[in-house]
Structures are given as C-alpha cells and as structure tokens.
Design a protein around this ligand. Structure first.
Ligand code: TYD
Ligand code: MG
Length: 468
C-alpha cells in the first residue's frame, strides 16, 4: 500500500478539498467537512499501463441472467420493487430512526427464507439476541435465516462465501456501521460508506446475490453520506411515516427494474408490520361528518389510487406574519393556493392563521391535491361543510385555472368503490362533455376555475358547475 494521504471530505456531498473549512464550497453546508485518510493504493504507472481487452457483445443477444425474481408474497413490498427482488440487484432503504426498517427487512428475510431463498441478515447495530427476540415477537423465529452481528466488510463477505451454498439475499443493517479495515476513517464517514458499499455490491453482482442496505437519514430526511450511494444501487426506497401514527409508507424513488413512485402501505402493529390492502378505507375511517374544512382528495400514488382527507383550519390572526402550519404537504404549494384564492377569487384569507393537515400521517406530493386543499380552505374560511360524499382532484394554476391531472378515471373508480357519489374534477379535453364513470355511480362536476368552488355552497354569484 502506498503512503496514506490525508484529505478533507464533505460528509454531505462527498466533495474533497485540500484544507479544512467551516463551509463546504460545493454544497454550501456548514460543519460537514471532516479529515479522512484516503487510501493511496493506485498502482504505479496505472495511467500508462496497457488495459486488458474486454469483449463487446451485441445488445440484441438474449439476456443471460434471466433468473426469476424473489417474490416474498408481501404484496406491498413486492409491488414497490417492481414485482419481487431481482437477483444480483442492490437496494438501499432509508428512513427515520425507529420507523421500522429493521422490522421490515427481518420480516422480509423470514418470509423469503421459508420459500427456499437463502438469506443472510447481518446487523451492525443490534446484537444477535436482540434480533432473535424481535423475530420471536414477530412469530418468525423458526425461519431458516443465517444471522450475524458484524461490521467488518471483509469478514462478512468471506463468511458469506464460506457458507458453501450460494446466498440469494444479503441484508446489511446498516451501511453506516460497516467498515473496511485498510481505510483509516471511522465507520459512517463518506470514504467508509462509499468503499464498503462498493465492495459489497461488486461481490454481490458477481455472484447474482441480491443485497439490501439500510441507510440512515439526516435531519432533513436525505440518506446520510454521499449522494453517490444512491447512484451506486439499483433501487432506492424510503420508509416513511409519522412515528405518532401507525401507518408506514414504503416509497420507491429510484428503480432500475420497475416503476418508481410506487408505494406500499403498512401498519405497525404489536406483531410487526401488517400490510394494508385498502388504505383509503383506513385513511378515511375517522372522518367526521359535516365538518367544515374537510375535503376528500382522490390521490394517485404510483399506479395506486388512494383517498385521503385534507383538513384545514383558518383562524383570525393577531400576528404580523400569520402562522402557516402544514403537515403532510408542501408549504410552498399552500402559500401559492392561498395567494390564488386571495387574488383571483377575492377571498380575505391571507391575513389568517392557516393550519393544513393530511390526516393519517401520510405525505402527499402530487399537485392534484391543489383543488382539494383549495376546497378545504374555502370551506374552513366560510365555516361551511363541503357537500358530503364528494371527492376532489385537480391542479390549480396561478391564474386560478384548474388543470388536468393523470389518470382521472382510476381516481373516480376508487372513489365510487368507496361509496362516494360526487366528484369535482378538472374540465376534460372535450369541454363541456358530460363524463360517465361506471354507469351512473358517480356524478362528475367539471370545473375550470377555483372560483367555481363557491358554487358548491349554493352561492349563485359564481357560474354553475356542470352536473352530469
Ligand atoms: P425498527 O425496525 O427497530 O426501526 P429502524 O430499524 O427503522 O430504526 O423499529 C422499531 C420500532 O417499531 C420501535 O419503536 C417499536 C416498533 N415495533 C412495534 O411497534 N411492533 C413490533 O412488533 C416491532 C418489532 C417493533
Ligand atoms: Mg434498525
């Protein structure tokens, strides 16, 4: 090994600088630069040495590695990874501490190993007995999973190799606890995380073994360490949820082997994570009847329609800059809707304190929620409940116009399945054409401006929405 070289590495973005600084010049974050020893193991003359010839193959040749995916039968998980784990793929799963990452992975390996998929679970955070106790609690202690508590990457890989039979799935909980002994930096530093992950992925890919890493997240919800970790793996999943609620959402944000933005919904119960097959029913189960400020949104998460309740509270404010408190939605988007309601509809709402909550602890990211938020705000401001059994979806533009969103029929179908009788939606492509979804089961009011929301309260000054 050559002489060890010291350098200063930003723990957030991985940028390398020659001296220490309080602020990283690349990502502009403070206090993220730490001294690390970089292994100087580049062989002499690498730049000039002749490379080995590699064989090019034709793109049109049939794929050699057409192995079947490992399907766990945990439907909410299988769907998010695109229909089961691909052999040889690397998956990174991030999430807040205590959200249930270890529980999910333990349940996954136990279920898979009962289906003859050979699984190894390596925990760098918990002792073997702790994992055993958890498995007992989950009623899964009879599963033939190989378990170890270790943090040295070389030891782990040698042991995986040494078990004789090929391993199908390796779990590393978590990548921040792993280290490679010839690098001097502490576990969790950029160099260690990157090199450990690289080493494990290289090993796994060469043997067709799938590997899943748990990744810690930082205060602002990003996976800790360099972004490069997310580039290295094939699939990135986030396990999210509000710890005070029992619901957990597994969200795919990158997937080389399937669609992204799919979600899986789980409920954290006494006996571990339970799948939630019909999330809409649960998210709406505690909805009060006839309350102002509550609107039902027909949302779409990946390929999956889901109904959630949007709650708004508008109160007079005594503050110079009124309070805006948002849970489960984008605060900037709320500011925009408030401005549109004030400027385009003349509602006196900007000077009020506004509280917005997506019930059930779920987070909604799509702009289709705009219309439901606007409806909830108008209803809260006028202290007038929205018509019962009505769902909303549509994007609101800056001029107050309502724009179309993806898959309206799928959303309407879900609403009608759950007993909703009316829907307020953006105007379709064929302007003014009545729209029918599944016979007459849901009445669709197509509107093209937020002003038309006033019509829902029987205010005759605004144009009537089209009723089918
Ligand atoms: P854990 O999987 O350890 O979280 P992470 O690995 O993401 O840090 O989850 C631990 C939490 O889950 C803990 O607060 C207790 C709760 N829990 C249950 O409610 N029921 C259960 O059956 C289990 C195993 C955990
Ligand atoms: Mg854990």
């Amino acid at each position: 090994m050559g002489k060890a070289k010291k350098s200063y590495v930003c723990q957030s973005c991985g940028a390398i600088s020659s001296r220490w600084a309080g602020k990283c010049e690349s990502c502009e974050k403070w206090n993220t630069i730490a001294e690390e020893v970089v292994e100087a193991s580049v062989p002499k003359g690498l730049g000039t040495a002749k490379g080995r010839k590699i064989d090019f193959v034709s793109l049109s040749d049939p794929a050699q590695s057409d192995y079947p995916r490992h399907v766990a039968g945990i439907e909410e998980f299988d769907r998010v990874v695109g229909g089961g784990l691909v052999p040889g793929s690397a998956v990174l799963i991030g999430g807040d501490p205590g959200i249930g990452k270890s529980t999910l992975l333990l349940q996954l390996v136990c279920t898979l190993s009962k289906k003859n998929v050979r699984c190894v679970y390596v925990s760098g955070e918990e002792a073997v007995d702790q994992v055993r106790m958890r498995a007992q609690r989950l009623g899964l202690s009879d599963a033939p999973v190989d378990l170890a508590s270790a943090t040295n990457v070389r030891d782990i890989l040698a042991s995986v190799e040494g078990t004789g039979k090929p391993v199908d799935l390796l779990i590393i909980d978590s990548i921040q606890t792993m280290y490679i002994d010839n690098i001097d930096s502490a576990p969790g530093t950029v160099t260690q995380v990157r090199t450990s992950a690289q080493e494990i992925i290289r090993h796994a890919k060469a043997r067709g073994m799938a590997v899943m890493f748990v990744g810690h997240v930082t205060k602002d919800g990003q996976i800790a360490g360099p972004r490069v970790l997310e580039h290295m793996v094939d699939t990135v999943l986030y396990f999210e949820g509000d710890r005070s609620h029992q619901f957990r959402i597994l969200r795919g944000v990158k997937n080389r082997f399937g669609p992204t933005d799919e979600i899986g919904v789980f409920e954290m119960a006494g006996a571990g994570l339970q799948e939630v097959e019909n999330p809409s029913e649960i998210f709406l189960s505690q909805r009060g009847e006839n309350v102002s400020g509550s609107a039902v949104l027909a949302a779409l998460e990946g390929s999956r329609p889901m109904l959630v309740e949007v709650q708004a509270l508008v109160a007079p404010s005594s503050l110079a800059s009124p309070r805006r408190s948002v849970i489960g939605w984008d605060p900037n988007r709320l500011a925009m809707i408030v401005a549109v309601l004030e400027t385009r509809c003349g509602l006196q709402i900007g000077g009020c304190d506004i509280f917005l909550n997506i019930a059930g602890g779920i987070r909604i990211n799509e702009p289709a929620a705009d219309l439901a938020v606007a409806a909830a705000l108008v209803s809260a401001l006028q202290n007038n409940p929205l018509p019962p059994e009505t769902v909303f979806f549509g994007e609101v533009g800056l001029a107050g116009e309502i724009r179309q969103v993806a898959q309206p029929d799928l959303r309407l179908k879900e609403a009608s399945k759950l007993g909703f009788r009316e829907a307020v939606v953006p105007k379709g492509k064929k302007n003014g054409q009545p729209k029918r979804v599944r016979g007459d089961t849901i009445r669709v009011s197509e509107i093209d401006h937020v002003q038309m929301l006033g019509d829902l309260f029987g205010d005759n000054n605004v144009p009537r929405a089209i009723a089918v």
